[in-house]
Design a protein around this ligand. Structure first.
Ligand code: SAM
Length: 289
């Protein structure tokens, strides 16, 4: 919330971060939530929804590269990609870099987020919406995956935290829908919070997603403005081999993709699935139940 030119994030109880606000560029109560985009001297333009930081110009590349290139280079031949959420356009910018992808559907619940981010965070989407392979659908992601007749090779859930409209994207109903529209040897990935602060979010995902996809685990990357530790990404597939692609193969695929990254490397991709003991122990307790 905004208090005297400072924006205080209200995600965690008794712990948080603030950002000096040099200028509020846009503020609106949309149908879904309170949306604000403001300038900060250190992180550039920042967007927040209902008091939670969603993305900043300075560190967004870490999150968007890791949630896109890890599943796509693991898969190696994805033709059809589904993005759930992703209203700031950063995920779309990274997916369109993969020339072998033929069809991209993005299902976003709030068109105001899309419109405002196109205007005030133009480098996030960087013209990706003009790519002829892109199809934007304004809908609830859970409704879409449970009703579409389309199938996808990779599904990326780039949603808000599990409160309000984002809550359904952490539900069994949503995971059942993703399984329903995922091709054989498909991959599902999702933002799953900062495990050090939100370990229950991670174990709940492991339990629910594990009911629909046999190979469920997590990988991670440190994103400075997702405070409290490394951001954890959920991974689900019916083909465990996709998570064990060799570093040589990942490197070959990355080289043949012919684009630069600022965070993702094949070596980091492989290493990102190494989890700290407290997460392994939390996941082991899920398996025992
Ligand atoms: N990087 C952010 C994070 O990790 O929290 C996510 C950013 S992106 C802005 C989150 C998007 O999810 C928003 O545009 C929001 O409108 C969208 N969203 C939330 N709930 C949704 C739902 N049920 N269906 C589709 N999109 C949803």
């Amino acid at each position: 919330m905004l208090i005297e030119q400072r924006y205080f994030e209200t995600l965690h109880k008794g712990y948080g971060q603030y950002f000096d606000v040099s200028k509020v560029l846009f503020e609106q109560k949309t149908q879904q939530w309170h949306l604000i985009i403001f300038d900060n001297p250190t992180f550039g333009r920042i967007m927040a929804l209902d008091g939670v930081i969603q993305t900043t110009e300075r560190d967004e590349f870490i999150y968007h590269e890791m949630l896109t290139h890890v599943p796509l280079f693991s898969h190696g031949n994805a033709k059809r990609v589904l993005i759930i959420g992703g209203g700031d356009g950063g995920m779309l910018r990274e997916v369109v870099k993969h020339q072998n992808v033929e069809h991209i559907t993005m299902v976003e619940i709030d068109d105001a987020v899309v419109d405002m981010c196109k205007t005030y965070l133009p480098h996030h989407s960087n013209g990706a919406y003009q790519d002829p392979r892109v199809h934007l659908v304004i809908d609830d992601g859970a409704h879409f995956v449970n009703t579409t007749d389309q199938k996808f090779d990779v599904i990326i859930s780039d949603c808000t935290d599990p409160v309000g409209p984002g809550e359904v994207l952490f539900s069994s109903d949503f995971y059942a829908g993703c399984k329903r529209c995922l091709n054989d040897s498909g991959i599902f990935v999702a933002q799953n919070g900062v495990a050090f602060m939100q370990i229950d979010e991670l174990t709940t995902t492991a339990k629910r997603l594990g009911h629909y996809l046999p190979d469920v685990t997590f990988y991670n990357a440190a994103v400075p403005t997702y405070i409290g530790g490394a951001m954890t990404f959920a991974w689900g597939s019916d083909n465990p081999q996709l998570r064990q692609v060799s570093l040589e193969t990942l490197s070959e695929r990355f080289k043949n993709a012919h684009f630069q990254t600022r965070y993702y490397t094949p070596a980091l991709h492989a290493a990102s699935f190494a989890l700290p003991a407290f997460i392994e122990q939390a996941l082991a307790s899920v398996d025992e139940k």
